[in-house]
Design a protein around this ligand. Structure first.
Ligand code: ADP
Ligand code: MG
Length: 714
């Protein structure tokens, strides 16, 4: 038997040679507490001595790795009065000056005699060859062709060399590791074994070994997450009892009638998603599906189809939206779509003698501001089953709200909802049956990332927009002169009978400041650039009926321009709006910009989106360029992931505390897919992991419950 990770997890770092309480404390601040943490403290990069060049051989413009010894260091003051540090390093062939700006601490770090690896570009400066602000790694006395460089903090007294020694000791004392995977699987995926992997990541003989080690360990990380997600998902499917809806061909008579009454044909993607949902609904296990579709892809029709399956079987459906504006919008739209529909009246009292009587399909809106009397009536109708579809905000899940028989729950724009809220709504199901749940999101998220973040959900994707949309043209007005063209454009569109949104600068720190700035923007546009047009203001601090009134007037064309904060980000649907102006656009994230832009381009007329203002950061610049270049939510999601890294998806609090230490949802996309497939394969053959004892134990040790909770949150 080899070494198990659980055993190392039980050993405190102080078990290692030379680790006393002080060092242990410093290590703890790096997140290293157990010997397992040491083993899994992976190098950030490697210095490959075989790539090193001699100082005598470098020329300006080369990107090089130099290994050299520090000769001397000094501070120099430039003519403009700036201090900088110059370190002279030398190897057997010659010497070179390295200049560091704004890094005085380098004098302390790079003392005479220190051996360092320098990565950077050779430059010529005032006739001398040197390097400026290169990457520097202290190598200490380590030998070997490949030197691993560990993440270290200059504040802590732990350097890369010390960590390397701890890793070496851990490997030496561990010997062979137990292998969690079958040899056949490793062969098929061309992965090295566990022991080779741990050695190869910490002490590779060449870069190919390090790369092979990384592949294996990345796969292990992703596999553990996927096994856990798939296991939980299957567990839920096995144990939870849902309603078995009667679906029939095409989803059933009511669903078919609904589709026939639509003024357009469903897109192929909509039909496919509806078929997938209908399949789920006809099965005993509760549906737990994510409907992903870009803005404007037509998710509402899919949601209504799902709800009608419940209704035609005599159950009820609920649709929960994140804001009141959105709930109202959905209510208007859905009531309109279903205006002509009836259902058999099965309410008590009408059961006798009136067989075959139909009543109107009941759709109601329930929000925090539904007047008390109306609210009482709606609640009574929900409880008796006279209401078929209820649309609302989170007030749908408040105390005292009861359904007669809740069959399907749709949650729109689910990223705005918390876990608890979703759980509460599911708990409203009839009797023991868990209602079927469909969550919808337009938040672009790359497919492989979705597989991890929404790992417990089945996913349907609307990857096709309804036909006849003219793509939105996006322009970036960087200068004040260009900005004035924006307002000309708004005026021209309004003159042609169309409408515009103006989104105010985002002020994340304070909603109060944001409102104030929106009010200012509103006043200055109304009295200045847009004088003479009907300009309205919408922000989150308006009272509900004020919001209603403004939205209503904009929808009716009584207002030409709606100045708004991001309250209009999701869901708002006014087909006559053809211009979206986003002020100070570089402050917004890619997903948000994409959502905002999705408010236009909803009718047949050609729509435009104006991004206004200079970018304030390089990332901001890249974001705006991406938005100008592409209207494809998935492509933008990939760009976002590239720009922002994992944090985007895993959330800030997730950083550094999950099992994904090496794996990057960005770089290792294909491995996510493979890990999912292998996880399913393993659990198909061995649902309780009895033949995969090592793997099961590692999942227990490495996936903290709250990590899994987080991954499952959606
Ligand atoms: P989202 O996915 O953003 O929620 P909606 O459901 O609001 O999209 O649909 C956007 C617009 O597209 C609506 O005006 C809707 O009537 C229209 N629409 C939906 N499906 C189709 C279709 N198959 N053909 C034409 N128009 C459609
Ligand atoms: Mg929508």
């Amino acid at each position: 038997m080899g070494r198990r990770l659980g055993q190392l997890d039980a050993l405190d770092v102080t078990e290692l040679k030379g680790v006393g309480p002080k060092t242990a404390e410093s290590l703890a601040r790096l997140g290293v507490r157990s010997v397992l943490d040491v083993l899994m403290y992976y190098p950030r990069r490697y210095v490959d001595r075989t790539n090193q060049v001699s100082i005598a051989d470098v020329s300006p413009g080369d990107d090089v790795v130099l290994i050299a010894t520090v000769r001397s260091g000094r501070t120099v003051r430039s003519r403009s009065g700036r201090d900088f540090v110059v370190i002279t390093v030398a190897d057997a062939s010659g010497a070179l000056d390295i200049t560091f700006f704004n890094q005085r601490w380098r004098l302390k770090q790079l003392t005479t005699g220190t051996t360092v690896a320098l990565f950077g570009r050779i430059e010529r400066y005032r006739g001398r060859v040197g390097m400026t602000n290169p990457l520097v790694d202290r190598l200490g006395t380590r030998v070997g062709r490949i030197v691993p460089i560990y993440p270290q903090s200059d504040k802590e007294r732990i350097d890369s060399e010390t960590i390397g020694e701890l890793c070496a000791e851990t490997l030496r004392r561990s010997g062979e590791f137990d292998e969690p995977l079958d040899e056949a699987l490793l062969d098929r995926l061309d992965l090295v074994d566990r022991t080779t992997a741990f050695r190869g990541i910490h002490a590779p003989d060449d870069m190919a070994e390090a790369a092979a080690a990384r592949r294996r360990l990345v796969f292990d990380e992703l596999l553990r997450v996927q096994v856990e997600l798939v296991r939980r998902k299957r567990e839920l499917e096995r144990t939870a009892v849902g309603l078995t809806h009667t679906v029939g061909a095409g989803g059933g008579p009511l669903v078919e009638a609904f589709h026939e009454a639509l003024p357009y044909d469903l897109t192929a993607a909509q039909s496919r998603a509806i078929a997938e949902i209908v399949d789920d609904l006809g099965a005993r296990a509760p549906m737990h599906r994510l409907l992903q579709g870009d803005v404007g892809a037509g998710k509402t029709v899919v949601a209504v189809s799902a709800m009608l399956v419940a209704v035609q079987g005599g159950h009820q459906a609920a649709l929960m939206a994140p804001t009141e504006v959105l709930a109202e919008q959905h209510h208007l739209g859905i009531r309109h779509l279903l205006a002509e529909f009836t259902v058999p009246d099965t309410a008590e009292g009408s059961l006798f003698g009136q067989a075959g009587m139909d009543r109107r399909l009941g759709v109601a809106l329930l929000t925090n501001r539904t007047p008390a009397a109306e609210r009482r009536r709606i609640l009574a109708d929900m409880a008796s089953g006279d209401l078929d579809i209820v649309i609302g905000t989170h007030s749908l899940i408040s105390e005292g709200v009861e359904f007669d028989s809740l069959g399907v729950v749709v949650i729109d724009e689910q990223h705005r909802f918390g876990v608890e809220q979703r759980a509460a709504l599911r708990a409203k199901g009839a009797g023991d049956a868990v209602p079927d749940v469909l969550v919808m999101t337009a938040t672009p998220i790359p497919r492989t990332a979705a597989m991890t973040v929404y790992g417990d959900l089945d996913v349907s994707v609307l990857d096709e927009l309804p036909p006849g949309r003219t793509p939105i043209v996006t322009r970036w007005a960087r200068t004040p002169a260009e900005e004035s063209a924006v307002w000309d454009d708004v005026r021209a569109e309004v003159a042609a009978g169309r409408r515009a949104y103006v989104v105010c600068p985002l002020i994340e720190e304070s909603s109060k400041l944001e409102v104030r700035s929106a009010e200012e923007t509103f006043a200055s546009l109304r009295d200045g650039e847009l004088a003479g047009l009907g300009v309205g203001l919408l922000h989150g601090r308006l009272k509900a009926d004020e919001k209603d009134e403004v939205m209503g007037r904009f929808r009716a064309g009584d207002l030409d321009v709606l100045v708004a904060t991001t309250v209009i980000e999701v869901g708002v649907d006014v087909p006559e709006a053809t211009v979206m102006v986003i002020l100070d656009a570089s402050r917004f994230g890619i997903a948000q910009l994409h959502q905002l832009r999705g408010r236009v381009g909803r009718g047949a007329a050609r729509s435009k989106c104006w991004l206004v203002g200079e970018a304030t950061t390089p990332d901001g610049e890249a974001r705006l360029e991406a938005i100008v270049r592409s209207t494809d939510g998935f492509e933008l999601a990939e760009v976002d992931l590239d720009l922002r890294g994992e944090g985007t998806i895993m959330g800030e609090r997730q950083k550094g505390r999950n099992d994904l230490k090496l794996a990057s949802l960005r770089r290792d996309r294909e491995w996510v897919v493979t890990a999912r497939e292998v996880a399913e394969e393993i659990l198909d053959a061995d649902p309780d992991l009895v033949d995969h004892e090592v793997l099961a134990e590692e999942i227990d040790v490495l996936l903290r419950p709250d990590d899994v909770e987080f991954l499952m949150k959606s």
